[in-house]
Design a protein around this ligand. Structure first.
Ligand code: ADP
Ligand code: MG
Length: 371
């Protein structure tokens, strides 16, 4: 995904009055914002490196477009973005980012630097250092390949209470971080992800990596292992939403481009081969490939599954594909909360489609003999 175009002299808050709030609230949000920036820059390789589970540093290196020198000065200023050209773009949002808040927040909350290189300049890149305010402090020429590396050291060091909280909760926070990275690594086909961690002065260990696969199926194997995949059935649910009167009328309008279908594509545990308990990192939901927390959708999946297997939970990997007019992403600062229009009817349809999927499977085939 390439950037739309640079906006001149306008900030995202001018263009997008709904933009406010903190995007960097914990370690997980740092990782998410940096990875999304790499994907927005069209990266096909994203390398995420942690020192001491991110308490010491988080580095994200990509091979994306790089940053143009004309954007150096404004890069980390609040509400500067190169991704949003007009307010109406919000309804057809193609990029993950659009608020221009992540880098400016990171300047204020960590020791922050960026090294970037556009294709034409390789192997020479530019290292950018920033003041806490986000103002560019200085640049230096360094050796670099095409792409951008963002480095965040000592997160929250200037906010002792927040820092202590992070250290206290690091175990829980770390498993969330790995869970979220697994979601991006699984959903993004054609992107090589690698995630590594170095504890203390110890050796760097690889946590997982994907190979730039063409399918999410292969990504799941890379992240969760081949054994996980054999217990899953592929899912491709097509939900038809008939236009009715009342609040749902919007389905039938021309503005929606006549689109009335939702497709849910992914993988789910076979009823006979669920998992011990529900772990959030093994139930993943996406809306048009954007990782999302969708508790109501999760509930619907789990409810149906329970009718087939009362003692276990399913592994779920579900990407909801639908027209961008049919949901709002501009709901929470982290963009993980998404409002699906007409969710109640969608969930009814989803449950029916799942029952149909499970009923139509031949579960007499032992897992070991599955293709
Ligand atoms: P947003 O993503 O909402 O635009 P950010 O604060 O995350 O805001 O980033 C600010 C700007 O910095 C982006 O609009 C983009 O132009 C640039 N940028 C950030 N990270 C990268 C990257 N990895 N590669 C290229 N450009 C980047
Ligand atoms: Mg961003």
């Amino acid at each position: 995904m390439a950037t739309i175009k640079a906006i001149e002299g306008r900030t995202a808050s001018e263009i997008n009055p709904g933009c406010s709030g903190q995007v960097i609230v914990d370690l997980c949000s740092v990782v998410k914002e940096l990875v999304e920036n790499s994907l927005d820059a069209g990266a096909t390789s994203v390398d995420v490196r942690f020192k001491n589970q991110g308490l010491e540093s988080i580095e994200v290196q990509d091979n994306g477009d790089g940053i143009s020198p004309q954007n150096y000065e404004t890069l980390a200023l609040k509400h500067h973005t190169s991704k949003l050209a007009t307010y109406s773009d919000l309804t057809t949002l193609q990029t993950f980012g659009f608020r221009g808040e992540a880098l400016s927040s990171l300047c204020a909350l960590s020791h922050f630097s960026v090294t970037t290189c556009m294709a034409a300049d390789a192997p020479k890149g530019t290292k950018l250092d920033f003041e806490v305010s986000g103002k560019l402090k200085g640049t230096s020429v360094v050796a670099a390949q095409k792409g951008t590396t963002v480095s965040v050291e000592n997160l929250f060091n200037n906010l002792p209470v927040r820092r202590r909280e992070l250290e206290r909760n690091i175990k829980r926070e770390w498993s969330r971080v790995i869970g979220v990275l697994g979601q991006y690594a699984c959903i993004q086909t054609g992107v090589k992800f690698s995630v590594s961690q170095q504890a203390g002065k110890g050796k760097k260990t690889s946590l997982f990596s994907t190979k730039g696969n063409k399918t999410t199926r292969e990504n799941i194997v890379n992240v969760f292992g081949a054994k996980t995949l054999t217990a899953l059935v592929p899912m491709d649910l097509k939900l038809k939403l008939e236009p009715t009167s009342g609040p749902s009328q919007r389905w039938s309008t021309q503005e929606d481009g006549g689109q009335k279908d939702i497709r849910i594509v992914g993988h789910i545990s076979r009823p006979a081969s669920g998992e011990g308990r529900t772990t959030p990192d093994r139930q993943m939901f996406f809306v048009n490939a954007r990782p999302c927390g969708l508790p109501q959708v999760a509930k619907a999946f789990n409810e149906v599954y329970k009718a087939y297997n009362g003692s276990q939970s399913p592994f779920i990997f579900a990407n909801i594909e639908l027209d961008t007019h049919l949901y709002d992403v501009n709901v929470s600062p982290d963009k993980r909360t998404i409002m699906l229009h007409d969710q109640t009817r969608m969930l009814e349809n989803l449950k029916e489609a799942l029952v149909f999927l499970f009923d139509s499977q031949d579960y007499t085939v032992p897992i070991s003999q599955l293709p």
